[in-house]
Design a protein around this ligand. Structure first.
Ligand code: BGC
Length: 269
């Protein structure tokens, strides 16, 4: 099966590292023009490096700095992308952070930061994307769908996570946001889905894999016995964004080496 995203424009939020980088590279390799979004000056070098890897491999794209939790900046990003490229076809709502704390010690700032970036950021980007999809309408030279949104959620949209209440709450909410949008805009031929990664080897969870002991204990949670790679997520994002996935909408797809089968039950229960 040959998958092409040629002539399509994709915004990938939080593309300067981790899963976002993996998805940006996969979409670009499939022919999409990719907007490598990053949040601050601090991540500019990394974003430029991602764009360089994309263009060195023959792909196209731009880097765009925007904090997804800022309404003004998100609106500005969509305006700029539409004025440069004509429209947006694919939104990968990926930007996310963890600010972990025991619940009774969690500050309001830690709570708000995670909710603002992980959840409000996905709301703001999805709203601007859907407005643009509806304005453009279906253009079958691009895709049979009017537009595609892929939320990057987590296994923690269904697995409770002690010490991470803010993060788990944000991911649980993304599931309902995604399903509601799929329902609300299905008749407009806008497809909305979530990818729910398990343990993927990225900076966000370095503590869970950077020593042999940590990796050993992580593997007790993963029946398939390996840590995921950003391209495991990128491959699915390409498929979901393509017309091959035209009947998939409103779905949370877990890419987790069977983590959500709860490995501890293989010997207990
Ligand atoms: C988190 C990672 C964690 C993984 C599995 C992800 O959503 O960001 O830190 O390793 O879930 O628990």
């Amino acid at each position: 099966m040959e998958i092409s995203l040629k002539n399509q424009v994709a915004i990938v939020t939080g593309a300067s590292s981790g899963i976002g980088t993996g998805i940006a590279k996969s979409l670009a390799a499939a022919g999409a023009t990719v907007i490598v979004n990053h949040s601050s000056e601090h991540s500019a070098d990394e974003a430029n490096e991602v764009l360089k890897e994309i263009t060195d491999a023959g792909g196209t794209g731009i880097v765009y700095q925007c904090d997804v939790s800022s309404e003004e900046q998100v609106v500005g990003m969509f305006q700029e992308v539409i004025s440069q490229f004509g429209t947006v076809d694919i939104l990968i709502n990926n930007a996310g952070v963890q600010k972990d704390a025991k619940f009774t010690e969690m500050t309001l700032d830690q709570w708000n930061t995670v909710i603002n970036i992980n959840l409000t950021g996905q709301f703001l980007c999805a709203r601007e994307a859907i407005k643009e999809f509806l304005r453009r309408g279906i253009d079958t030279s691009r895709s049979v769908a009017c537009g595609k949104i892929i939320h990057i959620s987590s296994v923690h949209e269904v697995i409770p996570w002690a010490g991470h209440a803010n993060y788990a709450a944000s991911k649980g909410a993304i599931r309902m946001l995604m399903q509601t949008l799929a329902q609300e805009y299905g008749a407009d031929k806008i497809r909305v889905n979530s990818i729910c990664p398990g343990a993927i080897q990225t900076p966000i969870n370095k503590n869970a894999w950077s020593t042999p002991e940590a990796m050993n204990s992580l593997m007790k949670l993963v029946p398939y016995n390996r840590i995921g790679k950003p391209e495991d997520i990128g491959n699915l994002a390409v498929f979901l964004a393509s017309d091959h996935a035209d009947y998939i909408s409103g779905a949370s797809i877990f890419v987790d080496g069977a983590m959500t089968t709860f490995e501890s039950f293989s010997t207990g229960g």
